[in-house]
Design a protein around this ligand. Structure first.
Ligand SMILES: NC(=O)c1ccc[n+]([C@@H]2O[C@H](COP(=O)([O-])OP(=O)(O)OC[C@H]3O[C@@H](n4cnc5c(N)ncnc54)[C@H](O)[C@@H]3O)[C@@H](O)[C@H]2O)c1
Length: 255
């Protein structure tokens, strides 16, 4: 018996990095995992990996910016399984820039995925959770949702919003049997960070600097974030809601 056996779960942006690690860990812990990503091929690939490891999963495309598609996926999950127990809002995009170098369009692009998209997926599943008086939502915020980060203006704006949504929703729905928490990772070695590194003139120096930002002197691994998602998704955290779970190698502890 795994820690999520018989749970129906869905992870957005699960074709890569942290989302993929969460989906694979949930599958290994006995959950059914609806693996979703903007890339259908990546979602199907991760679902196939979960199945070949002995788990239960299905992969499909879901662009979180498309609210009609969010409703379609929710209807399909409810038709197939009767409910969704755990929703992980993981899909997210980043950008390097200050107020001077961030265009309004950059802010809109990040907001569309990190905030509006997160809410679109949530709204597709929430009424059913409220009706069942049971549900668990885990949002991927960031260290950049709790403290300022240099040259991450648009990213911090959206991740502070994710923390705000998490805390508001936790209060609104606590007595309806729904828990809402967020995870705030420091830097984690995924294609997301590789893409940011490529935006620096000296990516190797940037890598060393990014590693040193964590008190532990290294970046995190996707599996370390999946461990936190598992805790928040499972009954082990039954008394936890509205929290910002820092997994940042000590970054937020101070200099
Ligand atoms: N890697 C880090 O250092 C780090 C740190 C803090 C927070 N986070 C957050 O963790 C989450 C996952 O990050 P990651 O590092 O695994 O990134 P990643 O780039 O490796 O993976 C993100 C996934 O999201 C998918 N995606 C992008 N736009 C989408 C959309 N519109 N709809 C659906 N899927 C979409 C991508 O195809 C990709 O598979 C993000 O919310 C990110 O902000 C990451």
């Amino acid at each position: 018996m795994g820690r999520l056996s018989e749970r129906i779960t869905l992870v957005t942006g699960a074709g890569s990095g942290i989302g993929r690690a969460i989906a694979e860990r949930f599958g290994a812990e006995g959950a059914f995992v609806q693996v979703t990503d903007i890339s259908e091929a990546a979602a199907r690939d991760v679902a196939a990996r979960i199945r070949s490891a002995g788990g239960a999963a299905d992969g499909c495309t879901l662009d979180v910016r498309d609210s009609a598609r969010c409703a379609e996926v929710a209807a399909a999950v409810h038709a197939a399984h009767g409910r969704l127990d755990v929703l992980v809002n993981n899909a997210g995009v980043g950008h390097v820039g200050t107020a001077l170098t961030t265009e309004l369009e950059d802010l809109d692009r990040l907001h569309a995925v990190n905030v509006r998209g997160l809410l679109a997926v949530t709204k597709a599943f929430l009424p059913h959770m409220v009706e069942r008086r049971s549900g668990n939502i885990v949002n991927l915020a960031s260290i950049g949702g709790v403290v300022g980060v240099r040259e991450r203006l648009a990213y911090c704006a959206t991740k502070f919003a994710v923390v705000g949504i998490t805390k508001s929703m936790a209060l609104d729905h606590a007595l309806q049997g729904i828990r809402v928490n967020c995870i705030c990772p420091g830097r984690v070695e995924t294609p997301f960070v590789t893409a940011r590194l490529a935006e620096y003139p000296d990516p190797e120096a940037a890598y060393r600097e990014m590693s040193a930002t964590q008190a532990l002197g290294r970046m995190g691994r996707p599996e370390e974030i999946a461990e936190a998602a598992l805790y928040l998704a499972s009954d082990a955290s039954a008394f936890v809601t509205g929290t910002t779970f820092m997994i940042d190698g000590g970054w937020s502890a101070g200099k």
